[in-house]
Design a protein around this ligand. Structure first.
Ligand SMILES: [Zn+2]
Ligand SMILES: [Zn+2]
Length: 539
């Protein structure tokens, strides 16, 4: 009888030792306690102890149990922290349940936190922001395809694929071939920004060549054969076009993306109906706005969404009708990737856009100069397939831009302060026209002019600048002494610094833990208009 008890204790002791070792991998405290429980279960330990000190028999039974239960009690918090569930979510019964778990069970549980795996949600209804940014990100590869005068971006992450626009008809087979080269057989998200041929035509080829799971597109009808063909192909594949509302977030691979536009449909300018997205991988983010013009950009800014990004694809192939100062200041990109065809008939990218990018010291990639460009994000840093070309020359060499004095400012090695100065100068220019306009208003004005020039079949940007010498000249003259102009207007107001996402404005660009690289400058009244408050630290 005594012998059987001894064998049982040996067996239990060894089992506990094994369990302790397994537990060590997930929780050192639980593991050590379990190992102690194991050691103290072995009859030999008590035999040796008895030679040294006398103790009541029950001690030999109780002590290992105490260690065992403390070990088990140490397990739940570990699971909670690694699994992400709040410790308070564990009820008492769950705790006792946990105590009964063997070590192997608990390890298995950590590997499959089933309560956290949400059943693949219907993407249309996932309106809540996806809390993916806090989890360690995997790799996300973003390919900016050289589709000439058009746009096509292909993204891979965690085994999922996304294509944002497919370029025009002529490059459709290139896009399909490129994706096949990447081993693509299915596309999880096929996003059509809008139905202009240089964006949607190539998507038809993709719909035919790959197993497409979701089609996201803009909710308007375009009177063109390409549009009809796209709609027919989507239908033929048994798919429906989804038009998710602004703010809708989707999980994608190891990251996510959020719909930023269009908040409303513009009956007159289909470019403004572009579906814009912010693609996130860990701390890295990319912003694609299709051909959205500055009025859509202004709408995105108004909606108070997080527009900050590392990489921006300037809207409408770098046209002056997009990439407003307001939008640049809300997005604060480090890199801009311009997708346009070399020597395209529109003169894209426009000088105005390039001047702004240069003034803000945004690194530039261009598909017209560099072909296909690939960016790989590991969640914290972005690696590029090549160096930025930082070629800020416009597509049309004769394009002198509409922003008076920007050349002089840009030449003087632009800083953020100059970027803001540049912006306020545009404002001054507008004021000179009799409009007490803010930067955004001025951009809207520029855009309508340039837009008119473009639709009239003129090479973009040349026309307005030719029409505007009367306006440009005085500002040009003042370019050297921009201060005098600024001082003469009420806009000569105090400049403040604003972080990419903060709710305060600061006296200095590096207040607290603010990132000076992402800080932007604006006037104090602009900051106050945005509802920002003075920082208590520096004001
Ligand atoms: Zn386009
Ligand atoms: Zn377009």
């Amino acid at each position: 009888m005594k012998k059987t008890g001894s064998i049982c204790r040996w067996a239990a002791g060894i089992l506990l030792l094994l369990m302790g070792m397994t537990l060590c991998a997930s929780s050192v405290r639980a593991g050590v306690l379990c190992l102690l429980a194991g050691v103290l279960t072995l009859p030999i330990v008590w035999k040796k102890l008895r030679e040294v000190v006398r103790y009541p028999r029950w001690v030999a039974a109780v002590v290992p149990l105490v260690f065992f239960f403390s070990a088990m009690a140490a397990v739940p918090p570990t699971e909670a922290s690694s699994g992400g569930t709040s410790p308070t979510a564990l009820t008492d019964s769950a705790k006792t349940e946990n105590m009964r778990l063997t070590a192997a069970d608990s390890v298995l549980q950590e590997e499959t936190p089933e309560d956290l795996v949400t059943p693949t949600p219907d993407p249309v209804n996932t309106a809540a922001p996806v809390p993916k940014e806090s989890t360690p990100a995997g790799e996300m590869t973003v390919h900016f395809l050289d589709v000439g005068q058009g746009l096509s971006i292909f993204v891979q992450s965690g085994g999922e694929t996304l294509i944002y626009d497919g370029g025009d008809r002529e490059t459709s087979s290139f896009v399909v071939a490129y994706l096949k080269e990447q081993g693509v057989t299915s596309i999880d998200y096929l996003i059509s920004s809008h139905y202009d041929s240089d964006h949607v035509a190539g998507l038809i080829g993709c719909l035919n060549a790959f197993d497409v799971k979701n089609v996201i597109s803009s909710d308007y009808v375009h009177d063109s054969q390409t549009y009809q063909s796209f709609v027919d192909t989507v239908e033929k594949q048994g798919l429906t076009m989804q038009h998710p509302a602004v703010g809708t977030a989707f999980t994608f691979g190891d990251g996510s993306f959020t719909i930023l536009a269009p908040a409303e449909i513009d009956a007159d300018d289909s470019n403004n109906n572009s579906v814009a997205i912010r693609l996130v991988n860990g701390e890295n983010s990319f912003l694609f706005t299709g051909d959205a013009e500055s009025s859509s950009e202004a709408q995105m800014c108004r909606l108070d969404m997080d527009l900050s990004c590392d990489v921006l694809v300037p809207g409408h192939h770098g046209s002056a009708t997009a990439t407003s100062w307001e939008f640049l200041q809300a997005t604060v990109p480090e890199y801009a990737v311009i997708s346009c065809g070399s020597e395209n008939s529109y003169g894209h990218p426009d000088k105005d856009t390039m001047d702004k990018l240069e003034a803000m010291e945004i690194q530039v990639y261009r598909t017209d100069k560099q072909g296909t460009i690939v960016a790989t994000s590991d969640g914290t840093t972005i690696q590029w397939s090549q160096e930025p070309c930082n070629d800020y020359t416009p597509g049309d060499p004769e394009d002198t831009g509409t922003q008076a004095g920007s050349e002089a400012l840009a030449a003087g090695s632009g800083t953020n302060a100059q970027a803001a100065g540049n912006g306020s100068q545009s404002g001054t220019q507008a004021a000179g026209n009799g409009t007490p306009a803010q930067t955004a208003g001025n951009d809207a004005q520029t855009s309508s002019e340039t837009g008119a020039a473009e639709s009239a079949g003129q090479s973009g940007g040349t026309q307005p600048s030719a029409e505007q010498p009367a306006v440009s000249e005085p500002s040009d003259a003042s370019a050297g002494g921009a201060n005098t102009v600024v001082e003469a207007t009420p806009a000569a107001e105090e400049q403040v610094w604003v972080s990419a996402t903060g709710s305060k404005y600061h006296k200095i660009p590096d207040c607290g833990n603010m990132n000076p690289d992402k800080a932007r400058q604006m006037t104090r009244s602009q900051a106050e208009d945005k509802g920002l408050e003075p920082c208590k630290k520096c004001y």
